[in-house]
Design a protein around this ligand. Structure first.
Ligand code: BES
Ligand code: ZN
Length: 949
């Protein structure tokens, strides 16, 4: 059964939320907080958990039950007041990996910019045992009792007298838990091959979790330097952003204290430290930066590839940005429990294992591509994000969009065989356009003023649309001006913060000698300040005239929210015609409608050539006809990226523009039978699922859909063959498995048999299935397996220590058509011993995408256990929003949609999943409307063209 939409499973934008082990909520310090006092389930609460010794030595400061703030302690906005800024932090930590608690002491040198009677900083879930405020000469100043404002995660320290505009030192001692949730300073577990359980303590601070580990000014504009020291035992290694400076004995018990060099000036969300027993391999770049890849020792041999990529990429970026990497070392660490894909902490980048480990024999080409692109992404942040940081989270897209763009640009340089420019189109552009077509999308630059709304910013719009519009800017400027502008921006604002306007100013300055037709800020603003994108309508009017107009892409009947720019864009329009064959013919379309002349004998025109602009192109019927004829008769007239874009635009536009018939898209897609570009072929199949996926819900078209797909796919299967070959190129290896999985799902017997054969061989000889066929073999076998076979695969999953293979096994386990078996897996997602918490939402997503009955089962399961999942994933961006959106978005029956509405109606606070629910409901209603309107027509086309035997 075809999947209704491409599996929009992303690792980004995903972090974990509070868990029910927030042991400090009942401590005396939090006594006035009304928020979550969840110290239940037989857990030891409060400070007692920290152990007797610690308790005896700690000075517990009592706090007033009702906080008293002097008048100046205005905390209403939820943002730090800005009258005090941090200059330097000395952070001392003593984590205990047995009790999973830590003691901390932070000394913050602060500068008072405006006289104030109140110190406000961020802190969460810390048991504060002492606070001191010192003047420059060391004299202690009196403070009032401190309090917490839990709603804003503030620690408020009122003062007896106003602080002068001078420097002070704030010293805070505290105790806290090495958390269970995958954020702040948290624990990660792994088991060695001999069955020993090990623990590591690691950090994840973006976006607002540094405050979970130490009291600090946790907003990106408060940059400061950091000197970090960590107490550890001899079995463990401690790492931080900077290289280690010194190790000395600590106390009598054989402990050591590592102190790291003072950092460069940086934002709190980029601070990182960890204590673990991993091993590393290292290399040095041409500019003498030490690069080390760390992982649990059993996977050390899987770090070579990452090492090679990291070295090449770092060297490449130093040249590209014209700025040397400022730190002496760059560590990259594979963390066994990691909520998102990776995190760009300066000098100490952390990764999910699947984003960094690579085994020549066991890792598929797909994960090989993932590894290089994640490394490229995080290393790009070292400049774009770390050196220059957005002033506030509303400009997150600058960070994430730029790094996402670099994933493709830089990987393409170090791994040209991977086809990263095509991947940008398939993974970046197609998905961004899809995500941004909803009326519940949002402008890329949006307000975000609290942790939940900040978390919501880490979405496809910031990342994928961000990447696409930065690329569009690059294409408009050309490489030279673009990178000169970037260099000027980075050097102007290094170790500081900037807003998007300042990027544009830097580029305008750089480009001023060029005869610029348009102001960069105005051009880019039209893409960042309003949501959505245009359809550019192109009409050949005869006499070699072309008329171009723009309208917002929107579904019929959609009510537009207002846009400050009236949904008009500055559109860079590249085109190609039969007479002007290059792809660089260009004009700006900034008005509602524009007319221009082409060469004589122009018979057809293709807009947005090389798919550089973030928009779709629609044509008059005749021009569509000619483009489709060309696809059928000489498709190589168009670049492979254009072919993919044509099918994507056509299938998408046929959903919203009445004049463009759905069957036109189906007709056009038949050319894919001859498509040799595997990116274009597979990317176009995803686009086609917009039509086929909707019909597939109804089952009555099952056979026709299968023949339609097999008609398109059979030639490619014949061409590349079932079996891997010695001389397969990268992309053939990459796509064979994906293609075979698809055809097997549509009932292509040779592929089904082949999967079973390979599985049987594996069972009888114990030999591993080849990496690139692994997903295909297991998914195909699991599709129609017995419970016993399913259990056997589950056993393999439990024993597998390579997480990328585990991922494929999860997908296979989730894709069985037997819903009773699926229900078992649903339950496992609540049990960490069965499925790592980092993977729970991924498994749920796979299940819901597996089949329609499985989607219903997932919905029922989530509703039954809503409290658990909402508690676990609902508060921050855990990827849970994507899951909910996808589950709801597959519905089309009125009663189902009503039920969803009813379920969410009485839930007042949906936290960071609110937009997901809205988008899901919107997708369901589109699906419903579409079926009403097009079912007969599209289904009829299938029945005529692909009749049952
Ligand atoms: N800065 C993010 C990590 C992050 C994600 C922090 C979500 C807070 C919330 C990092 O640079 C990133 O974008 N990671 C991606 C991987 C990337 C290759 C798309 C991720 O985690 O998926
Ligand atoms: Zn990023």
């Amino acid at each position: 059964m075809p999947r209704p939409e491409e599996l929009r499973l992303t690792e980004y934008g995903s972090e974990d939320s509070d868990y029910d082990e927030d042991i400090f909520n009942n401590s005396i310090i939090h006594s006035y907080e009304k928020k979550k006092s969840r110290c239940t389930r037989g857990k030891i609460c409060g400070v007692t958990m920290l152990g007797v010794t610690l308790l005896l030595t700690s000075i517990v400061v009592t706090v007033t039950v009702y906080p008293y703030f002097p008048r100046s302690c205005d905390t209403a906005t939820g943002l730090l007041p800005g009258d005090i800024i941090p200059v330097h932090y000395d952070l001392w930590l003593y984590p205990d990996l047995t009790t999973l608690t830590f003691q901390g002491k932070v000394e913050i040198q602060i500068k008072v910019l405006k006289r104030t009677k109140c110190i406000v900083l961020n802190s969460l879930d810390q048991n504060i045992t002492d606070i001191k405020l010192k003047q420059k000469d060391g004299t202690l100043l009196m403070t009032e009792d401190f309090s917490f404002v839990s709603e804003h995660e503030f620690l408020v320290i009122p003062l007896r007298a106003k602080l002068e505009e001078e420097d002070y030192t704030l010293v805070i001692e505290y105790e806290a838990e090495v958390r269970h949730a995958l954020k702040g300073f948290y624990r990660s577990y792994y088991t060695t091959s001999s069955g020993e359980k090990r623990v590591a303590a690691v950090t994840q601070f973006e976006a607002s979790y540094a405050r979970h580990a130490f009291p600090c000014f946790d907003e990106p504009q408060y940059k400061a330097t950091f000197t970090i020291s960590i107490v550890r035992d001899t079995e463990h290694t401690a790492l931080s952003n900077m290289p280690k400076n010194a190790t000395v004995a600590y106390g009598e018990g054989g402990l050591l204290l590592d102190t790291f060099e003072k950092s460069v000036k940086m934002s709190t969300y980029l601070v990182a430290f960890m204590v673990m027993d991993f091993t590393s391999r290292s290399t040095t770049t041409s500019s003498n930066v030490l690069i080390r890849i760390w992982s649990r020792s059993e996977t050390e041999h899987q770090t070579e590839y990452a090492l090679e990529c990291a070295k090449k990429l770092l060297e490449y970026y130093e040249g590209l940005f014209g700025i040397p990497f400022p730190l002496p070392k760059q560590d990259l660490v594979a963390v066994p429990d990691f909520n998102s894909g990776a995190m760009e902490n300066w000098g100490l980048i952390t990764y999910r294992e699947t984003s960094i480990l690579y085994d020549k024999k066991e890792t598929s080409n797909s994960f090989k591509r993932r590894v290089v692109s994640v490394i490229a992404h995080e290393l790009a942040h070292q400049w774009f994000g770390n050196l220059v940081t957005m002033k506030w989270w509303n400009d997150l897209w600058l960070n994430e969009g730029f790094a996402s763009y670099m994933e493709y640009v830089a990987s393409d340089v170090v791994k040209p065989e991977m086809g990263m420019q095509m991947y940008l189109q398939k993974n970046g552009m197609q998905r961004a356009l899809s995500a941004d077509s909803f009326s519940n999308s949002h402008p890329i630059s949006s307000e975000a003023n609290n942790p939940a709304s900040i978390a919501e910013m880490f979405d496809a719009i910031s990342y994928r649309k961000g990447a696409c519009i930065i690329r569009m800017l690059n294409e408009v400027l050309g490489d030279k001006l673009f990178y000169e502008g970037i260099n000027s921006y980075l050097t102007t604002y290094e170790y500081s913060n900037a807003e998007q306007g300042q990027l544009y100013t830097a580029i305008n300055e750089t480009a001023k000698h060029m005869d610029q037709a348009i102001d960069i800020g105005e051009f880019m603003g039209s893409w960042t300040l309003q949501m959505g994108y245009p359809i550019v309508h192109v009409k050949l009017t005869g006499e070699n005239k072309v008329q171009i107009s723009q309208t917002k892409y929107k579904f019929p009947g959609e009510v537009e929210t207002e846009s400050p720019l009236g949904y008009k864009w500055h559109i860079p329009f590249w085109y190609q015609t039969n007479e002007e064959t290059g792809s660089n013919n260009f004009l700006w379309v900034s008005e509602d409608s524009v007319e221009f002349e082409t060469k004589e004998n122009t018979k057809w025109i293709l807009g947005n050539s090389l798919a550089r602009g973030f928009y779709r192109v629609n044509y008059d019927a005749e021009n569509w006809g000619k483009i489709i004829d060309l696809l059928h008769n000489s498709h190589t007239v168009f670049h492979e990226v254009d072919r993919m874009k044509i099918i994507d635009d056509l299938t998408s536009i046929s959903q919203v523009v009445d004049d463009v018939d759905i069957t036109l898209a189906l007709e056009a897609s038949l050319y894919l039978r001859n498509e040799l570009s595997l990116y274009t072929l597979t990317g176009s199949l995803t686009s086609l699922s917009r039509i086929i996926g909707k019909l597939a819900v109804l089952e009555e078209y099952g056979d026709e859909i299968n023949s339609f797909f097999l008609h398109i796919m059979e030639p490619v299967v014949k061409r590349i063959g079932l079996e891997p070959k010695e001389d397969d190129d990268f992309q053939t290896g990459l796509f064979r498995g994906e293609i075979l999985t698809e055809v097997a799902q549509h009932g292509y017997q040779p592929a089904v048999d082949y999967a079973h054969k390979l599985y049987q061989e594996h069972i009888s000889t114990g030999q591993q299935v080849e990496a690139n066929l692994y997903a295909f073999v297991y998914a195909t076998v699991a599709m129609n397996c017995t419970e016993k076979e399913w259990e056997a695969i589950f056993q393999e999953y439990t024993k597998e220590s390579l997480q990328s293979k585990q991922r494929y096994l999860m997908k296979a386990l989730a894709s069985t058509f037997n819903v009773d078996i699926v229900k078992k897996l649903l339950k496992y997602t609540m049990d960490e011993k069965m499925i790592r918490r980092q993977d729970a939402r991924i498994v749920l997503m796979h299940i819901s995408m597996g089949s329609y009955p499985a989607n219903y089962a997932t919905w029922d399961f989530l509703r039954e256990n809503w409290a658990f999942f909402y508690e676990e994933f609902g508060h921050t961006n855990s990827g849970f929003d994507l899951l909910i959106e996808s589950v709801i978005g597959q519905f089309y029956k009125k009663e189902d949609i009503d039920e969803v509405n009813k379920f969410f109606d009485n839930k007042d606070d949906l936290g960071s999943i609110e937009r997901g629910v809205k988008k899901g409901l919107e997708a369901a209603s589109h699906r419903r409307e579409w079926l009403k309107k097009h079912k007969e027509h599209a289904g009829g086309w299938l029945k005529v063209n692909f009749p049952r035997d």
